[in-house]
Design a protein around this ligand. Structure first.
Ligand code: 13P
Length: 271
């Protein structure tokens, strides 16, 4: 069984004060909740991570981006060593906004995956097609390339690490957390547009992603990796996605900015 995973991505929103208040408020709500909750994560702007980290109880805390080198002359970047120093769970990799505005490629994404996973940090690797790619019918090929070209950058050691974690997960039949790798399917045309993919579209792509993962790793490993859907998920549509057997959770932008809204979505996953 893959336990559902609900992750909020704050993008470039919040101040130090609102981030701290939100993080404490959310965790108090979760502590007081009587509902069976999913795993929960927040992807915060890097500048707040150090302040948020000591407050971390049940919520996993992620950066939104990371560099692949452990250190060096890379102005403006942050490294896996810095995340480790702040006791952070891991990082998003290749969010579509990084691909679109900051020249993120499958090659750089692969190097970042390798850097995170080799340091025992978690990665949420984002894939997804543009509107043009969806309409041309080429979207499965695009997603397959995003996966295969990135994981080819990962060392055999990293692949073994993912496979070993999957075996442990499957043999215990409980959610061994943290699983090192999750995938987020985020069709670009559904992000921040209010135009969410249909559950059927997301279901089909998730099934396809799992098939590609089984070619990259093996069947058992592919079965243990959580695949989240992202793109205009909110309290009013979250149940539809989260009750689908191929959708293991959600990566939520706009609707994660308010702790009440985000908490509501977390509680809806009691399925
Ligand atoms: P929205 O939920 O605002 O569409 O954003 C999705 C997203 O990009 C999460 O990473």
């Amino acid at each position: 069984m893959r336990k559902k995973y609900v992750v909020g991505n704050w993008k470039m929103f919040k101040t130090s004060e609102t981030a701290l208040n939100y993080f404490s408020d959310l965790q108090n709500k979760l502590r007081d909740s009587t509902t069976v909750l999913p795993d929960i994560g927040i992807c915060s702007p890097a500048v707040f991570l150090q302040e948020l980290s000591p407050l971390k109880r049940s919520v996993h805390l992620y950066a939104q981006n990371v560099h692949w080198e452990p250190e060096g002359a890379f102005t403006g970047e942050i490294s896996t060593q810095m995340l480790l120093g702040c006791n952070i769970t891991g990082s998003l990799v290749a969010h579509s906004e990084r691909r679109q505005y900051f020249n993120e490629t499958n090659l750089s994404a692969g190097k970042k995956l390798n850097a995170l996973l080799s340091q025992n940090l978690q990665a949420i690797y984002c894939v997804g097609e543009s509107l043009q790619e969806r309409e041309s019918g080429e979207f499965n090929n695009i997603i397959e390339t995003q996966l295969k070209d990135a994981f080819i950058q990962c060392s055999q050691e990293v692949k073994n690490h993912i496979q070993t974690s999957a075996k442990e997960h499957n043999s215990t039949q409980i959610s061994v957390h943290p699983q090192p790798l999750s995938i987020a399917y985020e069709p670009v045309w559904a992000i921040g547009t209010g135009k969410a993919a249909t559950v059927k579209d997301a279901h089909d792509v998730h099934q396809f992603i799992r098939k590609v993962l089984s070619e990259i790793f093996d069947h058992e490993t592919a079965n243990s990796i959580r695949i989240l859907y992202g793109g205009s998920v909110k309290a009013s549509n979250a149940v539809e996605y989260l009750s689908d057997d191929k959708i293991d959770g959600a990566l939520i932008g706009g609707a994660s900015l308010n702790p009440d809204d985000f908490f509501k979505i977390c509680c809806l996953t009691n399925l």
